[in-house]
Write a protein that binds this ligand. Structure first.
Ligand SMILES: Cc1cc2nc3c(=O)[nH]c(=O)nc-3n(C[C@H](O)[C@H](O)[C@H](O)COP(=O)(O)O)c2cc1C
Length: 216
C-alpha cells in the first residue's frame, strides 16, 4: 500500500495541508520547459507512456466529447516528419541552404518520445462546445501528461513552430478538416536543468469582482 493512500485524499471540509498538497505543489513548481534537443534516451517505456495518456484522459472535458487526440511519432516515422519540416522551411524561404534544410530535418529526431497534440474544432456533432473549451481541455490533458512524466524524473517540452499549419503536416498526420495541430510534446532524459523561471505573481492575473449595490 502506498504511503499516500487514496483514503488520505482531502475531502471537502478537511482542514490542513496533506502530503498530497506538498507533493502536488512540488511537482507543479519544478516542472520546466526543456527544448527537445536537451532530451535524450532513455525515454519513457511503453508502460509509462500508457500511464501518461491515462493521466491525459483525466482532463476536464465539457460534455465528455474528447475533442483532442495525440499522435505518437516513433523512430521509424521521424524521417518523414523531418521532410515535412524541411519542406515547410523551403516554402517559407526558397533560398534556404542545404545546411538549414538539414537542421530542419534534424529537429524531427530530437527527443526519445514525441507526440503531436491535435484539437478538433466545433464543426462536429457538438457545436455547443466552443473551440476555447476544447483547447482548455487539451491544455489540461497536456499538463497532466507533462506532470506525470516529470514525476517519473523525465524532462519535457512543448514545441510548435511554422510547420504546424502546413498542408504537408496535416496530410502526414491524417488530420480531418475540423482538426488543428497545436504542439508537439517531447519527453526524455534531460542532460541538465535550468533555474526554474520566476513565476508571475498572482496579483498580476487575479482580481476581484466588486459589485456596488447600484450596479446590480
Ligand atoms: C501550445 C504551446 C506551444 C509551445 N511552443 C513552444 C515552442 O515552439 N518553442 C519553445 O521554446 N517553447 C514553446 N512552448 C513552451 C513555452 O515557451 C514555455 O512553457 C514557457 O517559456 C514557460 O516556461 P516553463 O514551461 O518552463 O514554465 C510552448 C508552450 C505551449 C503552451
Amino acid at each position: 500500500m502506498s504511503a499516500l493512500s487514496i483514503l488520505d485524499t482531502p475531502v471537502p471540509g478537511t482542514v490542513g495541508r496533506t502530503a498530497y498538497a506538498d507533493l502536488t505543489a512540488t511537482l507543479i513548481q519544478t516542472r520546466q520547459q526543456l527544448a527537445p534537443k536537451r532530451l535524450f534516451a532513455p525515454g519513457p517505456d511503453a508502460r509509462q507512456i500508457h500511464a501518461y495518456f491515462q493521466a491525459a484522459a483525466a482532463a476536464p472535458d465539457h460534455g465528455q466529447i474528447l475533442p483532442w487526440r495525440f499522435v505518437v511519432v516513433p523512430a521509424a516515422s521521424r524521417a518523414a516528419l523531418g521532410e515535412v519540416f524541411a519542406q515547410a522551411l523551403r516554402e517559407r524561404d526558397a533560398s534556404a541552404s542545404d545546411k538549414e534544410l538539414a537542421e530542419a530535418r534534424d529537429k524531427a529526431h530530437r527527443g526519445p518520445f514525441v507526440a503531436l497534440a491535435i484539437v478538433r474544432d466545433a464543426t462536429d456533432d457538438h457545436p455547443e462546445i466552443p473551440l476555447q473549451e476544447r483547447l482548455i481541455s487539451l491544455g489540461c490533458a497536456i499538463q497532466n501528461l507533462l506532470l506525470s512524466a516529470h514525476a517519473d524524473g523525465f524532462g519535457s517540452g512543448l514545441v510548435s513552430g511554422q510547420a504546424m499549419q502546413t498542408a504537408r503536416l496535416r496530410r502526414l498526420f491524417a488530420m480531418a478538416h475540423n482538426e488543428q495541430a497545436v504542439c508537439f510534446v517531447a519527453i526524455g532524459t534531460a542532460d541538465r536543468r535550468k533555474p526554474i523561471r520566476p513565476r508571475p505573481d498572482p496579483a498580476l492575473f487575479v482580481s476581484e469582482l466588486n459589485c456596488e449595490a447600484d450596479h446590480v
